[in-house]
Design a binder for this molecule. Sequence first.
Ligand SMILES: O=C(O)CCC(=O)C(=O)O
Length: 316
Amino acid sequence: MKKTTMAKINVCTYDTVTQDIFRSTIYPKRVPAVLKGVKIGECKEKWDKDYLKEVIGKKQVKIHVSPNPQMDFIKKNFCYKTLPFDDFVERAASEKNHECFLSEDEKYYLRSLGDDPRKDISNFQRLFPVLSNDLEIPKFFDTDRFFSSVLRVGSAGVQLWTHYDVMDNILIQVNGRKKVVLFSPKDALNLYLVGDKSEVIDIENADYSKYPLFKNVTWYECILEPGDVLFIPALWFHNVTSLDFGVAVNIFWQHLEPSAYDHKDVYGNKDPLAATKAMQIVDRAITALNNLPDDYKDFYARRIISRIQSKAFSES
Ligand SMILES: O=C(O)CCC(=O)C(=O)O
């Protein structure tokens, strides 16, 4: 079946969004929104390749390098390398690089990490203090709910796998254009999830013989221009393609009570504690069902699903 059967929706765009408008009108809807005219500071004028190279210089950064622009975290079709920031930016902004790791047209992607990536949370202002004053972080959430700020720089063409995060997020597109496709949390069963990531990598040409349910998804799409801000509510899946060399910062904040989250989470993608507990209980239920003959196991598995559906699914 062709993708044209799939419902496609443009993400709603709002002009001249202030803090009040965001909090009172946009945020409560819990759907993605493109926000235009948000004050983000001087970064939009300043953050081109040469400025970034000059002010950040030789700071070492760990980056993703891939011969294939469609990066796949599940099959790991990329590798991690470390480069001085100025070299990395020069390479990411060029279509071809004679000096390369894997191939001349390899793609580069930086997602900033904390000082100790296993323990520390990315804080863009702390990691890149020379850039800090250029970016005005919109006051869309209470500051005590701030979780992380992540600098993202990538080559034109890089496509990041579909995934969800467990916290609310604004993606501030500073430089370059970006196509973002989003899927509602209600499409979780159509996305062939492995943890927080979808197995369907080539979403534009999905193989329906392998992923038949993918044709049921509702496809939300937007193109971000420099200066645009995309609100991505927690649990909304997103797949991001850089149309140009691009620079963005995204800010995650805790939408639930802070105690709901796993305090060991550094990326904002570990499921809330209650959800993890529920998944563990289901695993135990499956182990218990395995003690039954197949026909009984099947019968009780169906009854458990029906109980979850009637008691835990929401109508809307
Ligand atoms: O803009 C990107 O490169 C990726 C954005 C993303 O995955 C996010 O904001 O969670």
